[in-house]
Design a protein around this ligand. Sequence first.
Ligand SMILES: Nc1ncnc2c1ncn2[C@@H]1O[C@H](COP(=O)(O)OP(=O)(O)OP(=O)(O)O)[C@@H](O)[C@H]1O
Length: 728
Amino acid sequence: MRVQSSFPENQSAESITEPAPLNLAQQIAVSHGDGPILVIAGAGSGKTRTLVYRMAHLIERGVEPESVLLLTFTRRAAQEMLQRAGELTAGSCRRVMGGTFHATANILLRRYGHLLNLGPNFTIIDRGDAEGIINLLKSSLGMGGAGKRFPSKRVVMNLISGAVNKSSSIEQLVYEDHLHLTEFLNDFYTIADHYRQFKRDHGLLDYDDLLVYWKQLLVESENARVELSSRFQHILVDEYQDTNLLQAEIVRLLAYCHQNVMVVGDDAQSIYSFRGADFANIMRFPEQFPGTRIVKLEENYRSTEPILQLTNAIIANAEKKFTKTLFTEKVGGVRPQLAAAPNEAAEARFIVQEIQKHHQNGTPLTDIAVLFRSGFHSFKLEIELAAHGFDFEKRGGLRLTESAHIKDVLSFLRVIINPWDNLSWNRILLQLEKVGPKTVQKILNSVRQADNPLTALTAYRPAPTWRLQFEKLVDMLGRLHQPDLTPSDQYDLVMEYYSPIFEKIYYDDYPKRRRELEQIKALISGYGDLQSFIDDTALDPPEVGADAEGIRSEQRLTLSTIHSAKGLEWDTVFVMGLAEGRFPHQHATPGEQWEEERRLLYVATTRAKKELFLTYPKEMLGSDRQLLRASLTPFLREVSPGLYTNIDQVSARTPLQTGQYQQTTSQLRHPNVQSARITYQEGMRVTHAFFGHGRVVSIPGPRRIEILFDRHGSKILHLDYAKLEILD
Ligand SMILES: Nc1ncnc2c1ncn2[C@@H]1O[C@H](COP(=O)(O)OP(=O)(O)OP(=O)(O)O)[C@@H](O)[C@H]1O
């Protein structure tokens, strides 16, 4: 191993490092004294471990836990690191402030925002809300609308947000990527101005604002800069390769008084440049912080040698050469296996079959993951897994807060905290029968100037046709303000009012949607104050179907987008959909986008500890719903075929070994007792947790049932494993 620095003077980390193995480079990083340090860490080389031990070391050295700030890419990563560090320090590391850049900005801006004329009750809006505002503005400004050609809200928002995150201008982005939209440049700037004003008027901050205002606070207020820099004596940043210029600036300003910064990153794992991340931040760090100590971690502890050989070969073909080559001492192990399936269904069946084999051989499901480029690539696999009773947790799938009914419920809770949040008022008032956008506007105009819009609403005189419902709303909002209500009590009050409306609006599928509301109920029960709940759901929206605590269940395997698998590892990893056109993404242009896709594959394959399966369909459905012939992704065609083994017995009809399977699934989970007792008859309407509504077509054998699902066609399910509910 090459280490570019001398062993540090301060050796006190050894008391912490003794029982747990840290290699020399890790020890150097962990026990570094004061001043800036850059840890360039390869995949699986113990970057997380180094940060955890660094925190513990600082505490042991006498640094107050409250004066350490850990900035990570996800909330979960911060929680896990703090917990692990807490175990090393009798809990004191739990007092370290740790979270994402955005979550930290939120906390600090609520405290210091007044220095920027920002009230403490602002509401954080998500991307969906932001696009909603753009739409409102487009129509109120007379841009777009029926018969007019105007770029979509998504494109407009991409430009506004891109300019912030790439520290660029809308004009520059249009010239670089959307030359055909130059005629709309002035309109884009007009919308951007109105968008800014709308947010100001209604106390709303989007994700980008959190970073923009945080930086502004540090730049404009000398007092805030000194106070924050003195408070956080040590700043640790994870995944530095995925920070953008704004974030790098924030780190520099936060370290204003002391320069005690440790950043950890892997340039080869940078996968967020589409959002403005710039892995050159790693290279620039020593310039920004003169005197930086650089430590490289090049020993991979995660993967066996054959896996590492393949992953090294994938990244070796990158246009930009990276700063390290990984090695492992884990010699032996199986070569990665490549399976070409005739089509997507066969690919899904192959994966399920392999999972079944592994599980039978004793691999816990929690040690297995299937990774893919985009959330929808796993749909066929999900159906196959559900049909065979495998429980899975999907990461990177649909966010709970993307659903309209969840947004509805959150709106009531949001206006309690920020009564100027017009976006939420819009949603709430539009639910009143006989009330349209014009009336909503009238109501909002009349309450806007009031000191307290809620009180003003009480005084509003509704038309007789909607008075009753309006009074119910006002009454409920009044009760929400009673003292001593917990967030969970407030949720119950909202649901008492909203339930009948909900069943009417979502008549078609409200039972399914209700399950998601139950998820919200479970989440909110864990909160002591409403503001934190609202902030957390905006900053880190829970995924549909995730456990309330976000903790992995004992019996579930993981399905994940590659972006959401960052930082994680499993014994057995499947990377699916490795067909050209799907991976790299069909719109990836040669150059930087293409290279980012390569790094994405590198991140995916480096998640595997012992076994790596690479699969792709030779035929797949294109975006125009036509069947396409597909070949292996160029990223794997480029590497030597000697680095993987071809599996060629994947047939179009690989049957699952049902007999053996029944044995294993009974170990997986208890048979669905309810289904076992019920007698099903042809013609019955039923609903299934995954396939939705359907009608029983036949009973083809003992414990078997054939159902024609409204959306998914005909399926034969096993009654012991299918969670069915009778509808009529
Ligand atoms: N010095 C060490 N000795 C033994 N095992 C180690 C050592 N350092 C790290 N590991 C193990 O190697 C694996 C990878 O470590 P870790 O997750 O910290 O790496 P990472 O650099 O954060 O990886 P990535 O960037 O790929 O997510 C973990 O299972 C960890 O426990």
